[in-house]
Design a protein around this ligand. Structure first.
Ligand code: HEM
Length: 452
């Protein structure tokens, strides 16, 4: 077993409000304290917000599965993501959400597994050429590569466009700004800072970053939207362009398509990039697990291009990936709100209160896991209850791209591990931050040595 993967050590006790406002704005993980990892339900009261953190599996099931109507997605999350995502499936509720999910479902079925396998493999091949171009034994900042390749996969599968380096840099940098500023804006909302002051304090940077991303996507979508009748692509955008609403008989409008594509770009690349980087980190720390994964890969496919069946057969590597998703769930918390006055265990919550279900906490809760902070892929040999392990969410809002992401991740990992031995740079410790997703603020420095 390797060294225990790093996580920000919790404070002994709750931080005061002023300290929270001043120091915890860069990452919500910095606001956690020891009891956060042991409690079943906790309450965080802020001037502008009453928030309940729920770790109890029974209550989690109630919120996410049994009584979903009483716990819709949070208005604040919608407002925070709107500059980038507009009115998209990730944050809508009720009939609007239902219609959007119904409209996206066929796209995901169509592109599922076999149809996008070759496109994912092409993106993996480009990524491998970049790794091969480094001098053997170089320390490489792999997070940057994972972010690029996952964005490239989304471009190729949704819009049939390869992501070029320049466009990639512009859009990904804007995305980092959007994430950083959104985390700070959320804290300002909790403290009732007025919007005009929030704009001066950095919110306008967030708006601009959202515009940069939307403009790049819009430049690709607009010509295809105008000429949709002659559009003969086989991608997700094509199916959005051709879908007709059963009740109104209308096509999606341009802005509506842009919202959905922006959302798929966010939900589809950022999460997968985060999960890949953390998997490479865990494997660099645990050389035994890495060796096992390597041996599995070469016993299944020593040299040739991987096939879909090869990828499906990699059981151990899949368990490695699942375990990294447990320790570093890319979506570290789910934000909901109460639709009416509600009691959760011993806490009475008013209508409109915030609810947080945090896989980050539940996946590391010491009552549900043995040695919760250790990396042990073997845990996944047995099935684990959905209320204790939920990297893709649960209930009706479960991730629509789960199959897509699992396939993509195993393709990328199998390609990298077959060719390179990974070791963490001496003394490197990741700076784990919780923003929209769980990322390492100082990247991931890994020494890559070619396997002979
Ligand atoms: C490792 C990668 C991924 C992880 C860990 C992940 C995780 C999640 C989670 C936890 C949710 C539910 C959030 C909540 O309940 O508040 C979600 C929703 C969603 N994800 Fe993923 N996701 C991943 C990859 C993808 C990909 C590749 C796509 C699409 C290309 C995608 C599209 C979506 C969409 C559209 C939703 C909203 C579904 C709805 O509300 O109906 N995700 N994802």
């Amino acid at each position: 077993m390797g060294q225990c993967p790093f996580y920000p050590r919790p404070h002994k006790s709750k931080a005061g409000l002023i300290a929270t406002f001043l120091f915890k704005r860069r990452s919500w993980l910095d606001g956690l304290y020891e009891r956060s990892y042991k409690m079943k339900v906790g309450r965080v009261k802020m001037p502008g917000f009453d928030l309940c953190v729920v770790n109890d599996p029974k209550e989690v099931k109630r919120i996410m599965v049994d009584d979903v109507k009483e716990f819709p997605k949070s208005d604040m999350l919608h407002e925070l993501l709107e500059p980038l995502l507009g009115v998209s499936i990730f944050t809508t509720n009720g009939e609007v959400w239902k219609k959007q999910r119904e409209l996206l479902r066929p796209s995901f079925e169509m592109t599922r597994i076999s149809k996008v396998f070759d496109l994912m493999s092409d993106a993996a091949a480009d990524m491998m050429s970049k790794f091969r171009a480094y001098k053997d034994g170089s320390v490489v900042e792999v997070d940057e590569h994972m972010t690029f390749v996952t964005a490239d996969v989304i471009f190729r599968t949704i819009m049939s466009e390869k992501l070029d380096e320049e466009k990639g840099k512009e859009i990904l940098n804007a995305f980092v700004t959007f994430q950083e500023e959104t985390a700070k804006t959320a804290i300002r909302r909790f403290f009732c800072i007025p919007n005009w002051l929030s704009m001066i304090l950095g919110e306008n940077k967030r708006m601009k970053a959202g515009e940069v991303i939307r403009k790049t996507l819009s430049n690709i979508i607009r010509p295809r939207y105008k000429n949709f009748s002659s559009d003969n692509h086989q991608d997700i955008l094509a199916s959005l362009l051709h879908t007709v609403d059963a009740t109104t008989n209308q096509r999606f409008g341009f802005e509506e398509i842009l919202d959905q594509v922006g959302m798929l770009f966010l939900a589809g690349h950022e999460t997968t990039a985060s999960s890949l980087t953390w998997t490479l980190y865990c494997l660099s720390l645990d050389q035994d697990a890495q060796k096992k994964a390597y041996q599995e890969i070469i016993s299944i496919c020593p040299n040739d291009k991987f096939t879909i069946q090869n990828i499906k057969d990699m059981r151990y590597l899949t368990n490695v990936f699942k375990e990294a998703l447990r320790l570093y769930p890319p979506v570290g918390f789910f934000a909901r709100q109460t639709a009416k006055d509600i009691v959760i265990r011993d806490k009475t919550l008013k209508k409109g209160s915030g609810i947080v279900v945090a896989p980050w906490l539940i996946h590391r809760h010491d009552e549900y896991w043995e040695n919760p902070h250790e990396f042990r892929p073997e845990r996944h040999n047995e099935s684990i209850s959905k209320e204790k392990y939920m990297p893709f969410g649960l209930g009706e809002r479960v991730c629509i791209g789960q199959g897509f992401a699992m396939q993509e991740a195993i393709i990328m990992l199998a390609n990298i591990l077959r060719e390179f031995k990974l070791e963490l740079q001496d003394g490197f410790v990741p700076d784990v931050v919780g923003r929209l997703t769980i990322r390492s603020a100082n990247g991931m420095m890994i020494k890559m040595t070619r396997r002979k």
